[in-house]
Design a protein around this ligand. Structure first.
Ligand code: TYD
Length: 137
C-alpha cells in the first residue's frame, strides 16, 4: 500500500516554538472545503471504522499521538501520527480506524468536500463489496 504523507513547511523561532503551514492545492493534492478536529479524547479510545465513496482527506496530529490504521481491502498498514509537521493523505475507498495512544491527542482533518452522511460506508462487508473491480491503489 502506498502511504502518502506531506511534510509541512515549519519555521522555528529560537526559544519561541515552531509555526507549521500547508497550503491547499500547493502542498495538499486537493482544494479544501472543510476542516474538523477531534479533541478531548481519552487514551485507549478507538474511532473511525468507515470509508468514504468520494471524500479525500488530510489527517494530522498537532498534539499527541494517534495511530491510524489504513485498510484498502487487501492490506492493512498502521501509520503513527506523533509529529505535528506530518500530514497523512487518505484517499477515497480507504477503510480507516484511529486509535488514541495518548490522552487529549488532537486529530485535525482537512477534507475536499462538505459533510455528506451518504458518502460514508460504515459496514465493512459493504466496503469490501464496493471496492470489488475498482482500480484503486
Ligand atoms: P464520524 O465521521 O463518524 O467520526 P469518527 O469516525 O471519528 O467517529 O463523525 C462523528 C459524528 O459527527 C457523526 O455523527 C457525524 C458527525 N459529523 C458532522 O456532523 N460533520 C462532519 O463534518 C463530520 C466529520 C462528522
Amino acid at each position: 500500500m502506498i502511504i502518502q504523507t506531506i511534510r509541512m513547511k515549519s519555521v522555528t523561532a529560537e526559544g519561541m516554538g515552531t509555526l507549521s503551514v500547508f497550503e491547499a492545492e500547493h502542498d495538499v493534492p486537493f482544494a479544501i472545503k472543510r476542516i474538523y478536529y477531534i479533541h478531548d479524547v481519552p487514551a485507549g479510545v478507538q474511532r473511525g471504522g468507515h470509508a468514504h465513496k468520494k471524500l479525500r482527506q488530510l489527517l494530522w496530529c498537532p498534539y499527541g499521538k494517534i495511530r491510524i490504521r489504513l485498510d484498502n481491502g487487501r492490506e492493512k498498514t498502521d501509520v503513527m501520527l506523533d509529529d505535528p509537521t506530518i500530514g497523512l493523505v487518505v484517499e477515497h475507498y480507504m477503510w480507516r480506524e484511529m486509535f488514541w495512544e495518548q490522552d487529549n491527542s488532537v486529530l485535525c482533518v482537512a477534507a475536499d468536500s462538505f459533510y455528506e452522511a451518504e458518502d460514508y460506508i460504515r459496514d465493512y462487508d459493504e466496503f469490501l463489496n464496493a471496492i470489488k473491480g475498482k482500480d484503486l491503489d
